[in-house]
Ligand binder design. Sequence first.
Ligand SMILES: Cc1cc2nc3c(=O)[nH]c(=O)nc-3n(C[C@H](O)[C@H](O)[C@H](O)COP(=O)(O)OP(=O)(O)OC[C@H]3O[C@@H](n4cnc5c(N)ncnc54)[C@H](O)[C@@H]3O)c2cc1C
Length: 254
Amino acid sequence: MNIVVCAKQVVDVGEIKVNPSTNKPVLEGIPRKISDIDKNAMEEAIRIKEKLGGKITAMTVGPPDARERIKELLAMGADEGVLIEAPENADYHLVSRALARGIEKMGDVDIVLCGEASIDMFSGQVGPRIAGHLRIPQLTYAFRLEADEGKIRADRNMGDTMVISESTYPVVVTVTKEINEPRLPSLMQILGSANKPLNEWKMGDLGLEGEAPRVTEVDLSGVSMERKNVIFKDDLDEAVNELADRLAKEGVTG
Ligand SMILES: Cc1cc2nc3c(=O)[nH]c(=O)nc-3n(C[C@H](O)[C@H](O)[C@H](O)COP(=O)(O)OP(=O)(O)OC[C@H]3O[C@@H](n4cnc5c(N)ncnc54)[C@H](O)[C@@H]3O)c2cc1C
């Protein structure tokens, strides 16, 4: 199996603070990490390789410092990394095109694994767009996967129903957080990742020289939340009843 895991470097959203005077999120100095669900995609790739053999490539579109994040995926179990350098304001269209061109450049890819969405922008567009650019099938929101030689089966949670879908290869699969628990690399694996190949491609290497984003982020601001600071401190039974009444009045409970 030739597997590509698309993984995005994101800011650690738990660390973001909003500047109260400007209402703008402060992104400078915030640590970067691999988007959480992309680690689930990586874990799934490793499990498929353990079962069927093959090769895993971790592919990122991002700035040069994303190299360090790719090393984390190499330590987890990817055989090779690819960093595609793109402008920081690349839009969904450009990111997915760059990934699709990168996948085409590799040739003979069987499975492209993505997270269902990134933890920062959460558009959920990139996986399906890659499938569109490559003109191959896609299985989205998989919370269980069973890969065999000729086909892959995905269990997909649709809220009230569960859909089981199968596809032939090549295919794009987007996974949810529930699918697995990503493994932590050992010290030996972390040290060994330095010897694995990490290719760096520019947009020009993919025939995308000079391509500009078409969608522009016009504004990014924090959402302010005001707390009501209601404290129930009398008799416990009374407090519980009052709390239940209040929640019902607020429309939180029926
Ligand atoms: C500083 C900054 C400026 C931006 N400016 C713009 C702008 O001007 N216009 C605009 O449209 N957007 C802009 N963006 C958003 C950016 O283009 C999106 O983050 C990107 O297109 C991916 O969309 P998403 O994060 O919603 O991914 P989703 O579609 O939610 O991600 C789903 C999955 O796709 C894969 N994936 C997503 N992104 C990547 C990646 N880069 N590399 C590898 N795999 C990936 C991962 O597997 C991920 O789990 C900006 C973002 C930042 C941080």
